[in-house]
Design a protein around this ligand. Structure first.
Ligand SMILES: CCCCCCCCCCCCCCC[C@@H](O)[C@@H](N)CO
Length: 245
């Protein structure tokens, strides 16, 4: 396994945790910024040199900010798109190129590899207070849908997970800036432990699912909400109005 992230000391910490739980694991570390396509391509190549062909790439780098449109600067909109959308694209391109090449060389079916995009339940429905964040995850889903069809004949499986709030330091920070309407709406879904989210995502990949909703709320947002959208909109507006007081 090779971990790619910006902060070298946090990478080292993550590797310690992994080695403590799985002493047999070989963990490679590459410090880079996912916003830099050249660095990510070089990092991906380095990962393949360190550990052999990558058969599973997970685009999970993400940033979140909450706030109403008028309270967030244009720079916040741009940063979130850079990290959440372009960061994932920057990993997917070299991953796809490497996996596609292998698939052709093998001359077999779905043997190239798999790419998992970590989206969000907020990428399934625009919620007040997520005007900067939600579009980045909607964009990711558009990318995943397009790639799914492009990559299938080349033996590369594409997946996108839609987790709810997940207990991480990022969520702690984000909760402080949520406007009341977002706090009320997101509060109805609760937060999951990170390890449970990871298990659910890996289960979805193992089952070959394209869309992987994590939990009942994300499932309802994906499968049910489109059929009853006018009712959902009434409910959202009511919860938001009550929260704003
Ligand atoms: C029938 C459909 C019901 C719709 C209910 C809508 C409830 C929405 C609550 C889910 C919000 C979760 C958003 C997840 C955000 C994370 O990605 C974010 N916190 C990242 O840190």
């Amino acid at each position: 396994m090779t971990l790619l992230a910006r902060d070298a000391s946090r990478l080292a910490d993550a590797s310690e945790v992994l080695r403590a739980e799985h002493p047999e694991a070989r963990v490679g570390l590459v410090a880079l910024d996912v916003a830099d396509p050249v660095a990510v391509a070089a990092g991906f190549a380095r990962a393949e040199r360190l550990a052999g062909p990558v058969d599973f790439a997970v685009a999970c780098a993400g940033a979140a900010r909450a706030g109403r449109v008028e309270d967030l600067s244009p720079a916040v909109f741009e940063t979130l798109m850079t990290v959440n959308y372009f960061g994932a694209l920057n990993l997917a391109r070299p991953a796809l190129a490497a996996m596609r090449g292998r698939s052709e060389a093998d001359g077999e079916g779905p043997r190239g590899g798999r790419i998992l995009f970590v989206g969000s339940a907020a990428g399934l429905m625009g919620l007040p207070g997520y005007a900067a964040y939600a579009p980045t995850k909607f964009a990711l889903r558009g990318l995943a849908e397009a790639l799914r069809i492009e990559a299938a004949p080349e033996g590369v499986g594409i997946h996108i997970a839609h987790p709810p709030d997940t207990e991480t330091p990022q969520l702690v920070a984000e909760r402080h800036e949520r406007p009341p309407e977002l706090a009320a709406i997101a509060g109805t879904a609760g937060a999951w432990r990170a390890d449970k989210v990871a298990e659910a995502m890996l289960r979805g990949v193992a089952r070959g699912r394209f869309d992987i909703p994590v939990g009942a709320t994300a499932w309802a947002m994906l499968r049910l909400a489109p059929a009853v959208r006018p009712l959902v909109d009434v409910w959202l507006a009511r919860v938001a109005a009550k929260a704003r007081g």
